[in-house]
Structure formats: structure tokens, C-alpha cells
Design a protein around this ligand. Structure first.
Ligand SMILES: Cc1cc2nc3c(=O)[nH]c(=O)nc-3n(C[C@H](O)[C@H](O)[C@H](O)COP(=O)(O)OP(=O)(O)OC[C@H]3O[C@@H](n4cnc5c(N)ncnc54)[C@H](O)[C@@H]3O)c2cc1C
Length: 292
């Protein structure tokens, strides 16, 4: 296992915000991952697992003790019978899509624009479309998820119905499990068809998304769009993030770092949105995971 010291977490997230971590573990096998995760868990330390870092807001005034980076531990991908595949948690979604497409399977090509690993995608139940107008989520393709259970200290295969998937949520938010991979059920799809979907989606992302110098995807999984629009368009609110972090001009639910944005800038904007929702008696739920 590679262990790096004093690693800057900002560089490991798409938002480009975050403090340092004293010990940055990069396990190279499933067993190394399980060992280090269980050791940290047993010593009552905070267990922080980082995959693509595309849904994380990390405090940049903090120095964290330990972080496990998922890049190398679970890289297995294999075709099974009956349109099924086993996909390890460390694989980038682009690699997963290429792998299944090359075997004339797929169905989730539109996830091509996510800078994420498969484990992070399962954890977040990532998908296309918002709450109420969702086109699909990854849970539509999952048969079972292979996890390490930190309570029971054993490997488990959780069937999809036990994963409590809902909009951008899953049982994995309870921090009991380390996701190692999943068995997925794909659709049959020709290479031409999958290529067309990917090309269209990439074009859509390039035209519509505001990447700035760092960004998340959607910040809130539940929110009132009128309120978000107000926060993203009025100068008074834009000043809250000091202009360094703002909501997108076209994507009012996207938080964009314009270069020198800080954790405080982002948190102030998020808290302002929460306050406005409370005042207007509207529901709001943060999609982004915050490491405070
Ligand atoms: C440009 C852009 C576009 C996006 N578009 C979309 C979109 O269209 N649809 C959508 O749903 N989301 C979208 N997102 C958000 C994001 O990509 C997803 O939420 C994705 O699922 C996060 O995966 P990740 O690998 O980056 O996870 P991370 O951000 O690294 O982690 C997210 C959470 O999962 C936990 N975790 C990660 N791996 C494991 C594991 N193996 N075991 C246990 N816990 C784990 C982490 O501890 C953390 O709590 C977008 C983000 C960006 C930046």
C-alpha cells in the first residue's frame, strides 16, 4: 500500500477546495483496503473514503488525520452470464462504460460526464435527471453490491432491495460499509448506438455545464428552484461567496469555484439557501457531502 504524508485534498476534488491530510492511504488490493478501513474504524477515528471527489466539499482550514483513496484497490471488471457484469468500485465510470459497450452492453452511457468512480456512483445513487423527473439512476442496473461490513467485520453481498436506494441516497450513507464493487445487469446495446448517446451527452455537458475553476454537480438534491435562481442571479446573494464561489449562471443548483474560492465562501452560500428555504417553508436537502 502506498502511504503519502501531508497531501493536499483540494487537488483530489473537482471543487478544488480542501485542507491537507496527514496520512493518505492508497491501498492497492481489496484486502489492503479492508485492513486499513477496519483499523481506522476500530480505533474510533473518523473513516474518510475518497473516490472521484466530485461530490465533496472539504474544509480547507482543517488538517485531517487519515483519508483512504479508492483509486487502486478494486479495479476488477469482468463479464458474467445473462447480461451481467462485475465492476470494482475503483473504476472510473468512463472506463466502466467503455468496458460494457465494447461487449455490446450498457444502458447508463449518459453518466459519461461524471468525474467519478463506480463506488462513489453507487454511494450517491448517481443518475440523470432531478427528483421527480429522473431518467434513470445507477440503482436501476444494480443486482447486488459487494461490501465490507465494518460492524460485523465480514464480506457481504447486499441485494439491491437491501441498499435503500432513493434519490441521490443509499444505505451506504450510514458509514457502516466500504463499497468494493457491484454486480450489474446491463441492457444489450450496439456499439453504434452507445457511441451516439455518449457523443450527444458529451456535447450537452460541454454546452450546458459551468465548470469554472472547480465545481460540483448539483448542490441540493431537494430544493426550490425559484429560491435557488434568486440566489444565483441577485448580486446581493452573489456577494455572499465573495464572487469567488457562486451558483452557476445557467445551472442555479451548481456551485462553481472561480479560482480562489474557500470552504467558508461555499458554506455561507449553502447556509443562505437553507435559511431562505426555512423562511419560505420549503424543503431543501444538501446533495454534496461535507467534510467539516
Ligand atoms: C461536472 C460534474 C457533473 C456531475 N453530474 C452528475 C450527474 O449528472 N448526476 C449525478 O447523479 N451526479 C453528478 N455529479 C456529482 C458526482 O459526480 C456524483 O455524486 C458521484 O456519484 C460522486 O462519485 P465520486 O466517485 O466522485 O465520489 P466522492 O465525491 O469521492 O465521494 C462521495 C461520497 O461517497 C463516499 N464513497 C465513495 N466511494 C466509496 C466507497 N467505495 N465505499 C464507501 N463510501 C464511498 C465518500 O466517502 C463520500 O461520502 C456531477 C459532478 C460533477 C463535478
Amino acid at each position: 500500500m502506498v502511504i503519502q504524508e501531508n497531501v493536499c485534498l483540494a487537488n483530489k476534488t473537482t471543487m478544488k477546495i480542501g485542507g491537507n491530510v496527514k496520512l493518505f492511504y492508497v491501498p492497492e488490493t481489496e484486502n489492503e483496503l479492508i485492513d486499513i478501513a477496519q483499523t481506522i474504524y476500530d480505533s474510533n477515528e473518523r473513516l474518510l473514503i475518497l473516490s472521484g471527489g466530485s461530490n465533496l466539499l472539504i474544509n480547507d482550514e482543517k488538517c485531517f488525520e487519515k483519508v483512504i483513496y479508492m483509486s487502486s484497490a478494486c479495479l476488477e471488471m469482468k463479464e458474467l452470464d445473462n447480461n451481467k457484469f462485475y465492476i470494482g468500485a475503483s473504476n472510473r465510470i468512463q472506463k466502466v462504460i467503455s468496458f460494457v459497450n465494447a461487449r455490446n452492453h450498457g444502458g447508463f452511457e449518459s453518466l459519461i460526464g461524471l468525474p467519478a468512480m463506480f463506488g462513489g456512483i453507487i454511494y450517491m445513487n448517481a443518475g440523470i435527471g432531478g427528483k421527480g423527473n429522473s431518467l434513470f439512476t445507477i440503482s436501476d442496473f444494480i443486482d447486488s453490491v459487494k461490501v465490507w461490513d465494518l460492524y460485523e467485520k465480514k464480506l457481504m453481498e447486499l441485494p439491491v432491495e437491501h441498499c435503500e436506494f432513493s434519490h441521490r441516497h443509499s444505505i451506504f450513507h450510514n458509514q457502516r460499509y466500504v463499497i468494493l464493487g457491484a454486480t450489474i445487469q446491463c441492457k444489450k446495446i450496439s456499439c453504434e448506438e452507445s457511441k451516439k448517446i455518449k457523443t450527444e451527452r458529451i456535447k450537452f455537458c460541454r454546452e450546458k455545464f459551468e465548470y469554472g475553476n472547480g465545481c460540483f454537480g448539483t448542490c441540493f438534491s431537494v430544493a426550490n428552484y425559484k429560491i435557488l435562481k434568486m440566489v444565483s442571479s441577485y448580486d446581493k446573494f452573489r456577494k455572499i461567496g465573495k464572487g469567488r464561489v457562486t451558483f452557476g449562471e445557467n445551472n442555479s443548483n451548481w456551485l462553481v469555484n472561480h479560482g480562489s474560492g474557500t470552504y467558508k465562501d461555499a458554506i455561507k452560500l449553502i447556509n443562505t439557501c437553507k435559511l431562505l428555504h426555512r423562511v419560505c417553508k420549503k424543503n431543501i436537502k444538501c446533495e454534496v457531502i461535507i467534510w467539516d
